[in-house]
Design a protein around this ligand. Structure first.
Ligand code: ADP
Length: 262
């Protein structure tokens, strides 16, 4: 059923997240256990100087609690509701709101291909993806710069190097967000999609933006690519399946686990 399907999509996305969380959580837990063992040993031998170790344990436990809160917030998320979405009006609508987020020193440029067929994805999650990418772009351009949002149709045989099988032969839509900011080093680039990976100061970044966008795009049977060069800027390309009838059908039949023959 539909509900089961949403549930399995959610579990899949959670699975992608939990890998990263389990690792961090385990590290914190090891720290708590180690500190409490020291406390136990010291008290057993009549020593009272355990404050520092209790403090460490408490600090780690608080951080572990923050991790599980984030996980729960993610698990409560709304399920995907894919629809036929016209990219250009959605981008134009976002462009009305973005200047307030971007500030005066960042110029917003739209490069929208006319006559695009609709894409198939959840419009609310796509909006939130664009907003997240714009915030990342703003943070990468502290001295100002240019943010470009581009839409285009990608004919079969062009586009991402590792197109998912479901996109191999169908035309896809491209939504690209580029900035002229600080860019990423190869090390940052390699980890940028990892849940909770952030280079931003405490309280500013969650490290969840790109990982959630990645989850949303792959669940929409699309693909995402990152190009970045330190000092030059970053381009994020999101490829989405087209929402034409043929593809909707392919999508539904594949969901049911059957191969669809044209
Ligand atoms: P957050 O923005 O909370 O740090 P993200 O998952 O969105 O989390 O991004 C992870 C990291 O990837 C950022 O901390 C930053 O180092 C890098 N990054 C993301 N977008 C950009 C960009 N447009 N330019 C430069 N670096 C970026």
């Amino acid at each position: 059923t539909r509900a089961q399907l949403f549930q399995s999509q959610k579990i899949e996305a959670l699975g992608q997240l939990t890998g990263g969380i389990a690792h961090d959580f385990n590290n914190l837990l090891q720290g708590i256990i180690g500190s409490l063992e020291v406390v136990e040993m010291r008290l057993a031998s009549g020593r009272q100087d355990v404050d520092r170790f209790l403090g460490n344990a408490l600090e780690s436990a608080k951080r572990a609690a923050t991790l599980t809160h984030r996980l729960l917030a993610f698990a409560r998320r709304q399920p995907l509701a894919p629809k036929s979405v016209s990219l250009n009006p959605l981008v134009e609508q976002m462009a009305e709101l973005l200047p307030a987020t971007l500030g005066e020193r960042i110029e917003l440029e739209l490069d929208l291909a006319p006559g695009l067929m609709p894409a198939l994805c959840d419009p609310n999650l796509l909006e939130s993806a664009i907003l997240n990418l714009a915030i990342n772009a703003r943070d990468a351009m502290p001295n100002g710069g240019r943010l470009t949002i581009r839409t285009a149709a990608v004919p079969p045989g062009e586009g991402p190097l590792r197109r998912p099988h479901s996109l191999q032969e169908a035309p896809v839509l491209l939504l690209q967000v580029s900035d002229t900011g600080i860019g990423m080093t190869p090390e940052v680039r390699a980890r940028a999609f990892d849940p909770f990976f952030t280079t931003k100061p405490k309280g500013r970044g969650t490290g969840l933006g790109l990982s959630m966008i990645h989850g949303f795009v792959t669940q929409s049977r699309g693909a995402i690519e990152l190009e970045s060069e330190p000092g030059r800027g970053t381009t994020v390309s999101i490829y989405l399946p087209s929402g034409e009838r043929r593809n909707v059908r392919t999508h539904e039949v594949r969901e049911a686990g059957t191969r669809w023959q044209p």
